[in-house]
Design a protein. Sequence first.
Length: 271
Amino acid sequence: MNKPNGISKCVLEGKACFRARRGSVFFIFLLLSFPLRAGDLDILKRADNLVSYYDTDFSAEYTIVQEKPGQARSTTIAGVFRRDSKETYVIVIMQPAVSRGQGYLKQGKTLWFYDPQSRRFNTTNSQERFQNTNARNSDFTRSTLAEDYRIIRGENEKLGRFNCRVLFLEAVTTEVTYPKMKIWISEDGLVRKTEDYSLSGQLLRTSAFPDYYQMGSRFVPKRILFVEELRGAVINGKFENEKTQISINKPSFEKVADSVYSKVFLESVNK
């Protein structure tokens, strides 16, 4: 199989785009000497806070479309409920029918997966793929970039129509999904693009956040596009990457009943 080529797109007028790359890409922090600004940590903390909701519950319907080259698209619809102040979330699969009633319950550092067929809970982790897509379980929780990473350096860059501060991050904990990241934050404090890297510097995944709902002082992504850099298939002599797009619909900050954040709730969904 040929090595994958990167995908070329840009976040421009609401369309997600990534810079093209050829072959393996390695993440090298120290070859270029861009200064770390005193305000970079504040920028990263603000990016976390704009999409983390410590004073309220959050719920929405997520439509997750998986594209694997050479295969039919698959669509998963899930109800997501978050209580960031308690570091907990619940996800209930509504479609497809074969997965209906499956669910996830995160409480602190522990994450359970519920299978209604066996009626059993099994522990999983945040790094695992969500329903065999290019999304990870960690993509559904609050943002903790400023807690989980240290900033190696920063630079300014234009990304489509956005003026961005680009931060190069290195994990300070082994509990994160990716040990290194590169993140584009626009002037309004919102994350517009990320690149996720292995410890050795191999580019693994590229993500885009082209637009957001603004609900008062809170922001919710409308769409998220994940492009898997090393997974895909050769179609007509060309490598095509796996992609997953998440559309977030019906976002709400209404209080959710305490009983939702429990194993009993997941067990009751199919009753």
